[in-house]
Write a protein that binds this ligand. Structure first.
Ligand code: NAD
Length: 703
């Protein structure tokens, strides 16, 4: 019973859960609780039991390390623990502080009495994994906090402060003082008054106008849930709590839980949950690498990215020295930062005073000298190797030894940039996504010479500023842009073959992408790709880089910013409107290429664009550019609007079956006039398909 401390205080047995960090209800702890309850039951001196947490609180629920392993179901499972608690003949009191979530809250609900600190955080967050509380939570919570409040908690999964639930039957007492002492007082009072076990299952839910409310709840939740089955299932489980006897309600909850557990949406969400945890593990990194302290940072360039990056740091309370070349550029950058906060001010999520506090963390400068003492600098100047060379040479000369020098470059070779300095071990890529203050993704680019502690520090910093960091090795485009280039090429081929931008975008949006490729291109600006293609065409004169977007750019159509691109935009509006002029341009382009347009189906659009992503992802994993396929998924989910309920492109490939994907790719590769090199299945994909395996089964993957 190493993860449970059993102590008898007078007539009260105190069972202290001690399974750091959050007392998750893993197999050993479940066993220990059942054993300790039996011991308390058998001890005639014990007349009441207190169940209390330690460390970060009462209990964070199921042990995620057990997910998908036989241990998660090994006896005693959570249900039998709850039954043992509920059936105990002596009153069992849950003493709750800190986190009390998921199975942890379900355990507390099975106890006979509950006492909490005001600040304890309670939640049933299962819906966030596409599930519902599967151990009686949907049946017991409405019996103590009321139907509507329970519905809100279970359908949102969000935590609620215990203080907000004061006065409900969830708590028999609350304390602002010492929880253990207060719980012992409650236990002694119960003993003195001869009050025995009191079970939540015996309470009835009262609900006037139940039918009307249920109808309203069903409609609202279904509307908000979109493609996710879990929120409506939560409403169904709660309905059973209202209408059925307790045991029948439990059975309904179980049925719904089992169905959700088998749903592809929940599998995808659980994959993402594990993927986020796996992403911070760095292959080949010794366990004992110490990170460097980062207390003050520098940002070079106050343009689109530099401004957003500065906001990410100051939002986390890190002071930033912001360097520009001219006062005018600096003023413009600062004004943009201030303007970007206006939305938060209007919504009330930020006050004027807090805004001023944040802005005061910025030290604007036109000199390198103030960067001398920073611990890390992010360079976000023009995407031009010579400009970057000058910046890195100056940084190398000025910034203190041991500081980290990071580049936000999207397309340049980080190893070349690192060589502009005498300290390539301290150079790393921090590839933020636009808008950098909003987008959660950060590709952390590990150069050939990047030191382990530089990388570990960058990963820790990412966590500090609330980003999901994924490690990438150096290559053209890293993970995300390398894949999106393939996706864009597949979409462009379909345009030439016979589809229109609006059809391609609609098909991919119906698949679940936040935005189709042509709307995305219009938003990003077509001139960026145009410039890159012109540069590449000069570098590789024998290759064909022609693109419909070149003709649009020649006509001054750079996308949303010029009011026209693949679509047209009304002044000040963002709605993408199909444009006959674009159709005419595409038709002329097809004629010039001697293409006879054909009908393209929506299914073909999805197949080609998404399978192109999977194929490139397989190359990226095989080359070690990404450490694991789930990292590729995280990049695409968080940087490019891939639908979470499909788990990311690689997970989607696994779900469809890699043999299906490989066969389709081979078929497209063999089609006359097609680009066989582009479509041939990547060797890793072909091998896994042959062996009947998935990307997830590769060593080091998240699930
Ligand atoms: P931008 O043109 O908006 O901003 C660049 C800023 O750098 C300008 O304000 C300019 O005055 C300043 N600058 C130029 N030379 C400088 C110097 N020597 N010292 C100090 N400041 C200097 O460009 P951006 O879109 O912010 O891109 C910056 C970098 O971020 C590029 O490397 C780009 O590839 C990368 N990036 C851009 C995006 C994006 O979506 N825009 C996304 C990821 C990465």
């Amino acid at each position: 019973m190493s993860n449970l401390d059993f102590e008898v205080s007078g007539a009260v047995a105190v069972l202290r859960l001690d399974n750091p960090p959050v007392n998750s209800l893993g197999h050993e702890l479940r066993r220990a609780i059942v054993d300790a309850l039996a011991r308390a039951e058998d001890d005639p001196a014990v007349q009441a039991v207190v169940l209390i947490g330690s460390g970060k609180g009462f209990s964070g629920g199921a042990d995620i390390r057990e997910f998908g392993t036989p241990k998660s179901l090994a006896a005693p499972n959570l249900h039998s623990v709850l039954r043992a608690v509920e059936d105990c003949s002596k009153p069992v009191i849950a003493a709750i502080d800190g986190v009390c979530m998921g199975g942890g809250l379900e355990l507390a609900l099975a106890c006979h009495y509950r006492i909490a600190t005001l600040e304890a955080q309670l939640a049933l967050p299962e819906v966030k994994l596409g599930l519902l509380p599967g151990a009686g939570g949907s049946q017991r919570l409405p019996r103590v906090v009321g139907f509507e409040r329970a519905l809100n908690m279970i359908v949102s999964g969000n935590p609620v402060r215990a203080g907000e639930l004061r006065g409900t039957a969830l708590f028999d007492a609350m304390t602002a003082g010492d929880l253990r002492a207060a719980a012992l007082d409650l236990a002694r009072a119960l003993i003195a008054e001869g009050r025995g076990p009191k079970r939540v299952r015996d309470l009835r839910i009262t609900m006037p106008d139940a039918e009307a409310y249920l109808q309203f709840a069903r409609n609202t939740v279904r509307g908000l849930a979109g493609p996710y089955p879990a929120p409506p299932a939560c409403v169904e489980a709660l309905t059973a709590a209202l209408k059925e006897p307790f045991e029948a309600g439990l059975r309904r909850e179980r049925e719904l839980f089992v169905t959700l557990m088998a749903s592809p949406e929940s599998a995808a969400l659980r994959h993402i949950f594990q993927a986020e945890r796996a992403a911070s593990h760095i292959n080949g990194m010794p366990a004992a690498v110490a990170t460097r302290p980062i207390n003050r940072v520098g940002v070079v360039g106050a343009g689109t990215m530099g401004g957003g990056i500065t906001m990410s740091f100051i939002n986390a309370g890190l002071p930033v020295t912001l360097l520009e070349t001219t006062q005018e550029a600096l003023d413009r950058g600062l004004a943009n930062i201030r303007r970007n906060y206006q939305g938060a001010l209007r919504k009330g999520s930020l006050t004027e005073a807090r805004l001023e506090q944040r802005l005061a963390l910025i030290t604007p400068t036109l000199q390198y000298e103030p960067l001398r003492e920073v611990d890390l600098v992010v360079e976000a100047v023009f995407e031009d190797l010579e400009v970057k060379r000058k910046v890195f040479e100056r940084l190398d000369a000025i910034v203190k030894r041991g500081a980290i020098l990071a580049s936000n470059t999207s397309t340049l070779n980080l190893d070349v940039i690192a060589r502009f300095t005498q300290r390539p071990q301290d150079v790393i890529g921090l590839h933020f996504f636009s808008p950098a203050n909003i987008m959660r993704l950060l590709e952390v680019v590990r150069g050939a010479e990047t030191a382990n502690d530089t990388l570990a520090t960058a990963m820790a910093l990412a966590k500090t500023i609330g980003k999901i960091a994924v490690v990438a090795a150096v290559c053209d485009g890293f993970i995300g842009n390398r894949m999106v280039a393939r996706y864009g090429m597949a979409a462009h081929d379909l345009l030439v073959a016979g589809a229109l931008p609006q059809q391609i975008d609609a098909a991919l949006q119906n698949f679940g992408m936040a935005m189709g490729p042509f709307r995305m291109a219009d938003l990003a600006g077509l001139d960026i790709g145009w410039a890159i293609r012109k540069r590449r065409a000069a570098e590789f004169p024998n290759e064909d880089f022609a693109n419909v977007a070149d003709i649009l750019c020649e006509a001054g159509r750079f996308g949303q910013k010029t009011g026209a691109g693949f679509y047209r935009y009304e002044a000040g509006a963002r709605e993408a409107l199909p444009d006959a002029a674009v159709t005419a341009i595409i038709e002329r382009y097809r004629e010039a290429k001697r293409v006879v347009p054909r009908t393209v189906s929506d299914a073909e659009i999805v197949e080609r664009c998404i399978y192109a992503l999977i194929n490139e992802g397989a190359r990226i994993v095989a080359e070690g550019i990404a450490q694991r396929s789930s990292d590729v998924d995280l990049v695409y989910l968080n940087g490019y609007g891939f639908p979470a309920y499909r788990g990311g492109p690689m997970f989607y490939g696994d779900s469809v079956g890699l043999m299906t994907v490989a066969r389709a790719l081979s078929r497209i590769a063999a089609a006359p006039g097609g680009d066989a090199a582009f479509w041939t299945p990547a060797p890793l994909l072909a091998r896994l398909a042959r062996e009947g395996k998935t990307f997830s089964e590769l060593r080091g993957s998240a699930t």
